[in-house]
Design a protein around this ligand. Structure first.
Ligand code: SAH
Length: 499
């Protein structure tokens, strides 16, 4: 083994497929001297480290918890028989540690060497964590290609910086944590989707006993660097690279902290991961920061925006484009432009009714409730005007024991990198003051980590126009960004534009 392995002396181990009794050994995690690949070696007491009794390649190995101090390591083996037929099979090694603390450290070392995210100072004992084997909830719902691009996006410091530099966002998280120190002091915290690790560091600043920073993208390595560079806080933080749907933690959390909000709150489908993390890691009566979220909606009137979008389709009204009549495609182009929601900041005076909202309680909702969200709309117009669509934004509440703090993305409030979102009707509605506007906002999740938006709005004086809007994390977000030329900073939009 090369370079500072994690050593566990005096473990008992047995090969479950062999009849041999349990033997004493030293378990050593490290990188193979020739391959450089992470390995777990079990060296029988008194034997030479160069000839381990068991040598497990961690790349294909899984670990399962059998009991408080017992683990089952399963790995792939193959055997060439008579040089022709190759048989592959699984090998399972049971490892029993001496204490529960050592047991936690063993499973965390297993996971961290497997993923080569080395936590803490060199030679320092690591705490628990392990990967579960079967296809996770995340993998069954989300297309692999979407997940790959999504985590690639978040793996880049540029995009983490974009979020960190959103002062309203980062400052509100900081205030929410610091004003509620009693919720963090001496507590175990899980940071769900830690990114750069900033929220874990805030939790540690507020006195957390230990923080597990779970991050699925390559950013985990940078988060680890940040922890090492801030040792007084970092020594209480364990960075784990993996999806919250897949990693296992050694203890329950008293509080979850996360920033899982996308455009319209639900875009990216990360709220589902937040709720899954709650069910997997949070102790009964544990807290969640944020605690609840609300989607706010109101009809708006914006003649300029309407004309801007309609004008984009004018190109297709040319009868003689290099001798070709483009007009047969005008209708499709017109509908296409209107089916892209607009992400930008607007003046709240464009709203023509008081907003309504729909609440999501992260502490009690089921993950499945996020697959389809159906919101009935009912407004009373304050003025007689043309209604061009529905404006949406969100806020989240940190329901601390000391202070309740809201993070809002409302129009008129300081702008955030989420801006606001507007669905624009291709046929505006005419309304009179006092007239009722009814409809439905129907959000349906899809496997590319986003939602299709179906919007219906009607007023008594007009026909019932139905407009279908789409946001998704791939091509339409790209249009969404270029649509207004004002949202170049919109979250995830740029990465998705390059897909
Ligand atoms: N907490 C950081 C980053 C927020 S962005 C901050 O506030 O600045 C959301 C982060 O969650 C991204 O880095 C993304 O890679 C990560 N993430 C999203 N889904 C995840 C999942 N299922 N498991 C683990 N990490 C996830």
């Amino acid at each position: 083994m090369a370079s500072s392995p994690d050593l566990f002396p005096n473990v008992a181990f047995s090969d479950v497929s062999a009849a041999a009794p349990a033997a004493e050994a030293t378990a050593a995690f490290g990188l193979g001297a020739t391959t450089g690949a992470p390995r777990l070696c079990l060296v029988k007491s008194g034997k030479d480290e160069a000839e381990p009794t068991v040598d497990i390649d961690l790349a294909d190995a899984q670990v399962f918890k059998l009991g408080p101090m017992e683990w089952l390591c399963v790995c792939d083996e193959s055997e060439a028989k008579a040089g022709v037929e190759e048989k592959s099979f699984s090998r399972a090694i049971k490892v029993v540690l001496r204490t529960e603390a050592e047991s936690k450290a063993f499973s965390l070392a297993f996971q961290q060497w497997k993923h080569q995210v080395i936590s803490g100072k060199a030679g320092e004992r690591l705490e628990n964590g392990s990967i579960i084997a079967s296809k996770s909830k995340f993998d069954t719902k989300i297309e692999a290609s979407s997940a790959k691009m999504y985590f690639h996006y978040y793996g880049q410091l540029l995009h983490q910086q974009n979020m960190l530099q959103d002062f309203v966002r980062t400052g509100t998280y900081y205030a929410a944590v610091m004003e509620n120190r009693s919720d963090f002091e001496g507590r175990v915290v899980v940071d769900v989707g830690a990114g750069s690790g900033i929220l874990s560091l805030f939790a540690a600043q507020a006195g957390a006993r230990h923080v597990y920073a779970v991050e699925a993208s390559e950013m985990a390595e940078n988060a680890q660097r940040l922890m090492s560079g801030n040792p007084s806080l970092g020594q209480r933080i364990t960075v784990i690279r993996g999806k919250v749907e897949e990693v296992e933690l050694p203890e329950k959390a008293d509080i979850l902290i996360s920033e899982p909000m996308g455009t319209l709150l639900v875009n990216e489908r990360m709220l589902e991961s937040y709720v899954i993390a709650r069910d997997r890691f949070l102790a009964p009566d544990g807290k969640m920061f944020p605690t609840t979220g609300r989607i706010h909606m109101a009809p708006f009137s914006d003649e300029y925006l309407y004309v801007e979008i309609a004008n984009k389709a004018l190109f297709w009204q040319q009868h003689n484009f290099f001798g070709v009549d483009l007009t047969p495609l005008h209708g499709s182009a017109f509908q296409g432009y209107f089916s892209q929601p607009v992400v930008d900041a607007f003046d709240p005076r464009l709203l023509i009714s008081p907003p309504i909202y729909h609440t999501l309680d992260f502490t009690s909702m089921k993950e499945e409730e996020l697959y389809e969200i159906d919101i009935p709309l009912s407004f009373v117009a304050s003025v007689g005007t043309r209604v061009h669509g529905l404006a949406c934004w969100f806020d989240v509440l940190f329901n601390g024991s000391t202070v309740q703090r809201w993070l809002t993305t409302a129009p008129g409030s300081p702008t955030t990198h989420w801006y606001q979102l507007r669905c624009v009707l291709s046929q505006p509605l005419y309304v009179m003051a006092g007239q009722e506007i009814t409809g439905r906002l129907h959000l349906v999740a899809h496997s590319a980590q986003s939602y299709t938006i179906y919007l219906t709005m009607s007023g008594c004086l007009s026909r019932n126009p139905t407009c279908c809007h789409k946001i998704n994390s791939s091509s339409s977000n790209c249009h969404l960004c270029s649509h207004t030329d004002r949202s170049s900073r919109c979250r995830k939009g740029l990465a998705q534009a390059s897909r």
